[in-house]
Structure formats: structure tokens, C-alpha cells
Design a protein around this ligand. Structure first.
Ligand SMILES: Cc1cc2nc3c(=O)[nH]c(=O)nc-3n(C[C@H](O)[C@H](O)[C@H](O)COP(=O)(O)O)c2cc1C
Length: 323
């Protein structure tokens, strides 16, 4: 979970016997190396790193930029901010991230938003690192399989955060997609809406090699979830309107599931990752001013079932208690 997974969270999850995963999509190569070193200081257990496969630099006109800024004007006025400048590059350098991983390879690397180059898959595997690819449909899974990955991550429609696919999102129920992808012969990790020990058990009973939990860890003590984000999640635990999630392009330009708020209602956007770069200073200021209505509050459909704040170790022990 990029922006949320700290080295402390990853190490605590791995120490507790699960596989901690560092969401490194937004990190520079240098920062990624530093965060991996912090994980290794805290734990000798295996951990995973997740990267975003970059799209080509997005193209858009001055008129499209003006329209996207206009749609954000209420946010800017509300937060007392001037119009932000937008300069490329809009995303972290994928090549630098890969160099950091190859220098100190983790146990596994998962990719999302697309297919990594075949040479990258081979270089990682040659260093003993497993390569997992996130897919959202059978079509994507068939393409991914051509690259010879070690596993697929089946992201069902209930999942919090960005949709991880690149072509044909089936927005399928998690276990349905998991069962369908198992036919391709690779281990499948089930992701989306797995919030309780019974969910984890059901995922493994369905044939998944692992259950990938995201939202369930957002209130872990060690998570980097900001104070206003935590407050919104605490409200969501009461259910009702506060727990309603939507699929939106508002914060980043890429479809993602999060709690319904005013930023999620913004629908005139630049392509990803330009929109992400455009809203970044707004979201930083909204965090400072404790204004969750202008944050990306990524959360899965079953967010109301989130347990309260506790340690990652206690969460892992609970989630695996029916295995
Ligand atoms: C806050 C948040 C951030 C996420 N960031 C990433 C990410 O950086 N990379 C990724 O592959 N998936 C990301 N995801 C999606 C998760 O990998 C996973 O598919 C999802 O959390 C599973 O559904 P659940 O949230 O219902 O457990 C994120 C999810 C959340 C909730």
C-alpha cells in the first residue's frame, strides 16, 4: 500500500509470520534502498516490494490542464492554496527503483498497473526473487503468464486502492476471479475484501496460495495512515454513509476505490500520473489541516468490518487464527 506501508509495518507483518509488503510505487530508488535497509534492521524474515509499472509520459493539452485545475478550484479555495505548478516527471523513476531492488533483492517483487519488461522479470528471478503480477481479469492473466512470473495476484472488485490492471478489468468477485485464474496453472494470491479470519480461510480453501489483505491493516499502529485518514476510517467502522466506497479517478487520474468524499467526486481529471502530481500538494495541505474531504481515502468495500487500532502482530495472529 504505497503511502501507507512503513518499514516498521512491513517488518512487523513478516516477523509475525505473514509476508510484509512495502508499497514502493511512489519512492525514489534512494528512498527505496533506505526503506529496505530499515526493514532488514528490524527483521531477517522475507518481505516483498511492490512497484507500479509506468505508462508512457501522459500527453494533454493546455485546455485539459485548465479544466482539471478548474475542477480543483473549490479544493484550492477551501484550503487557501494558490494554483499548483505541474512539471514532469510526474512519477518516480522506474529504472532507479529496479536498480535498488537488484542491488539488494527482496524475497518477492509484485508489479501492478501493467506488465514489467521480460528482462526485468528474468533479472529478478536470477537473483532468487519471486515475481508476482497483479491482474484483474483472465485476459490480463493470460498476457502476464507469457512472462513466466512465479505467481499472479487476483485483484477482485472489492479491493481498496487503485485497480491494478491495464486492459480489461473484470471487476469480479475476488474468489470467483481466483478460481478462474487457477486454471492457468500458476499460484494465485487472492486480493480484495479479505477482512476476517473466515475470509482468509475461505480464500485458501478456494485454492489461493495466499490471501493479500490491505484495508485490514490501515489502522495498524505501525501503518503510515495519517491522522485525518484514520479519523475517516474510524467513522467508517460505524457503517452507513461513512463506510460507502466509490471507484474514482479524482485524486490520481487512475481508477481507485476509496471512501466517498469531495475529492472522489472530482471527475474532470488529467491522465495518471499527471493528476496524481497535480493533487499532491493539495492532499499534503489537507493532511496538515486535518481535512479528510480532500484526501485520497483508499479503502476496500468491506471497510466497515475494519477492527480498531492494534499492532500488526495482533492482526496477523487474528487473521490467520482459522488456518
Ligand atoms: C491504501 C491502499 C493503498 C494501496 N496501494 C497499493 C499499491 O501501492 N500497490 C498495489 O499493488 N496495490 C495497492 N493497493 C491494493 C492492494 O494491493 C489490494 O489489492 C487491496 O488492498 C486488497 O483489498 P482490501 O483492501 O479489501 O484488502 C492498495 C490498497 C489500499 C487500501
Amino acid at each position: 500500500m504505497a503511502g501507507v506501508t512503513t518499514p516498521e509495518l512491513v517488518a512487523a507483518v513478516s516477523e509475525a509470520g505473514a509476508l510484509g509488503s512495502l508499497g514502493a510505487g511512489y519512492l525514489s530508488g534512494e528512498r527505496l534502498s533506505a526503506e529496505m535497509a530499515r526493514i532488514r534492521q528490524r527483521s531477517e524474515q522475507p518481505f516483498m516490494v511492490n512497484l507500479f509499472v509506468p505508462d508512457p509520459e501522459p500527453q494533454f493539452s493546455a485546455a485539459e490542464l485548465a479544466a482539471a485545475l478548474e475542477a480543483l478550484q473549490p479544493t484550492l479555495d477551501d484550503l487557501g492554496l494558490p494554483r499548483p505548478a505541474l512539471n514532469p516527471p510526474y512519477a518516480a523513476d522506474f529504472g532507479e527503483q529496479l536498480r535498488a531492488l537488484l542491488a539488494q533483492p527482496p524475497a518477492a517483487v509484485s508489479f501492478t498497473f501493467g506488465l514489467p519488461p521480460a528482462a526485468v522479470v528474468q533479472q529478478l528471478q536470477a537473483r532468487g526473487t519471486q515475481v508476482w503480477i497483479t491482474v484483474t481479469s483472465r485476459e490480463e492473466a493470460q498476457q502476464a503468464t507469457q512472462l513466466g512470473p512465479d505467481a499472479l495476484v487476483a485483484q477482485g472488485s472489492a479491493a481498496g486502492g487503485h485497480r491494478g490492471g491495464w486492459q480489461a478489468d473484470a471487476l469480479a468477485p475476488t474468489l470467483e476471479l481466483t478460481r478462474e485464474l487457477l486454471e492457468l496453472g500458476l499460484p494465485v494470491m487472492a486480493a480484495g475484501g479479505l477482512m476476517t479470519p473466515a475470509d482468509v480461510r475461505r480464500a485458501l480453501d478456494a485454492g489461493a496460495a495466499a490471501a493479500q489483505c490491505g484495508t485490514a491493516f490501515l489502522l495498524a499502529h505501525e501503518a503510515g495512515t495519517s491522522a485525518p485518514y484514520r479519523a475517516a476510517l474510524e467513522r467508517a467502522r460505524w457503517g452507513g454513509e461513512a463506510a460507502k466506497t466509490v471507484l474514482t479517478r479524482g485524486p490520481s487520474g487512475r481508477l481507485a476505490r476509496g471512501l466517498a468524499n469531495r475529492l472522489a467526486a472530482v471527475d474532470t481529471v488529467l491522465p495518471y500520473p499527471a493528476q496524481n502530481a497535480l493533487t499532491q500538494p493539495l492532499r499534503a495541505e489537507a493532511t496538515r489541516q486535518h481535512r479528510p474531504e480532500w484526501l485520497s481515502l483508499w479503502a476496500g468495500k468491506r471497510v466497515a468490518e475494519l477492527t480498531g487500532e492494534q499492532s500488526a502482530a495482533a492482526l496477523v495472529a487474528w487473521l490467520t487464527s482459522e488456518l
